[in-house]
Design a protein. Structure first.
Length: 450
């Protein structure tokens, strides 16, 4: 295969256009050693060959989605300026672009009045959300499901906020009875609802959690880092659609443009429904350049220097692919879920495999049929390794035994978890590649089980 490179012509043309804006400045003499640069870049290219093909449909393992070409171009073009989106004067154009792009993301959830900005990724975005929650509910617990991203317990430790993990039900959702039992203690300040877990794509029962919020008065944060963009998809299950349709009622949301938003790493986004959260960010930095009187992004973010390039890339992508329910962006999200449903149907109909959760988004989890959990784990690992040798790259996931017992009552379990196979079908090409993916998976499974 060949990497897309025609877009480099657009970059060269855009760079000349950018130069025109600084034509009145004296020339700078550049004495770069281009020969040495070429030598080193070719060495870099050689080293970078030692990567999995994250950009290819045969890579169907971890949640690695290639950035759109326009995001790559806009990011690279901005580096000739290298703007800093901390203060407006360090990134005048890119700061405006960030505000516009973030407003469009907030619009996905029906928020016209909000506070938000781009972060270095979902971890930093969740940290800011939990930091604000801790300020509003000092000393009170943060509660999240056992299937929530591990970052929440780690962040809570960093912030010195007490954390409590809530058991899950058989759908890998937060168990509402267990949650309410904890809420009755009056010790919970914040509940994190996971809108698309990174393990299985499971979506917590947000409508029911909102009912509990009305009853107990906690702060509700939605970690939609992985699943948030699926609010645009037209092929969600009824229960998933119900959850997405009430996201506008939570207190804060995190979404990661560097996952389904077609952006380079790192680009996360945190949103607060109440702009009053900005009071916690207030600070004075007299040594920073503040010739602008307008609010700068450094006043509403914990991070100081931040790459304006991320904002430029996000703005350009959303300009090319508007986030509307009938647009190309939404159609491609639906294709990811379509691919997951296709693969799940194939696996479910095959006697060599066991399934348990139907995919809510674009993640499929399954295991080889075996008499014991230990053997299923071993076979999963063998299939994972053998598939990689045949250019099909999957992932593995340790699924809790207590959530598998209802699905697989005939298996003997000895440990706390079973290693399963997992596939993230994030690319819009994946529905058309399922036959080829299945062909390799079928061959590899026969080889391992022989």
């Amino acid at each position: 295969m060949q990497f897309e490179s025609k877009s480099l012509e657009i970059l060269a043309e855009s760079l000349k256009k950018l130069e025109e804006g600084f034509a009145g400045l004296p020339e700078i003499e550049n004495n770069y050693d281009y020969s040495k640069m070429r030598e080193i870049m070719l060495e870099v290219a050689e080293k970078m060959k030692d990567n999995y093909p994250y950009f290819h449909p045969y890579y169907a393992g971890q949640m690695l989605k290639p950035p759109h070409p326009v995001a790559r171009l806009a990011y690279m073009l901005s580096l000739w300026i290298n703007p800093n989106n901390h203060a407006l004067d360090g990134g005048r154009a890119s700061s405006r672009m960030e505000k516009e792009a973030v407003a469009e993301i907030a619009g996905l959830f029906g928020w016209e009045v909000f506070l938000g900005h781009i972060c270095s990724g979902g971890t930093m975005a969740n940290l800011e959300a939990l930091w604000v929650s801790g300020k509003l509910n000092p000393g009170k617990l943060v509660a999240a499901s056992e299937m929530a991203h591990y970052t929440h317990s780690r962040i809570s430790e960093v912030l010195k906020i007490p954390f409590q993990s809530i058991p899950c039900n058989h759908l890998a959702q937060m168990d509402l009875d267990a949650l309410e039992k904890l809420l009755k203690t009056g010790e919970v300040g914040t509940v994190v609802a996971t809108i698309g877990s990174t393990g299985t794509g499971s979506i917590d029962a947000l409508p029911e959690i909102l009912t509990l919020k009305d009853k107990y008065g906690f702060r509700l944060h939605a970690d939609a880092a992985y699943g948030g963009y699926f609010i645009l998809a037209d092929n969600l299950s009824t229960t998933a659609r119900r959850a997405f349709d009430c996201l506008n009622r939570v207190d804060s949301i995190v979404i990661d443009p560097h996952k389904h938003g077609l952006q380079p790493y790192g680009c996360g986004c945190v949103l607060f429904r109440d702009p009053g959260a900005g009071v916690f960010y207030k600070h004075d930095s007299p040594y920073t350049y503040f010739s602008s009187q307008e609010l700068h992004l450094g006043e509403i973010s914990l991070e100081c220097s931040r790459p304006g390039a991320s904002a430029v890339a996000l703005w350009a992508t959303q300009k090319l692919l508007p986030m509307t329910r009938d647009g190309e962006f939404a159609v491609n999200l639906a294709k990811s879920r379509e691919a997951a449903l296709k693969l799940y149907k194939r696996i479910s109909a095959d006697s060599r495999f066991r399934t348990f959760l139907a995919p809510e988004l674009d993640i499929v989890v399954w295991a080889p049929r075996a008499a014991t959990g230990d053997l299923a784990s071993k076979l999963s690992q063998d299939i994972f390794e053998t598939a990689a040798k045949n250019n099909l790259h999957l992932a593995t996931f340790k699924f809790p035994v207590q959530l598998l017992k209802d699905y697989w009552p005939d298996i003997r379990f000895t440990g706390d978890s079973v290693t399963c196979l997992r596939s993230c079908l994030m690319k819009p090409e994946h529905p058309e590649w399922i036959d080829r993916i299945w062909e390799i998976l079928n061959q590899v499974t026969d080889e391992v089980l022989r």
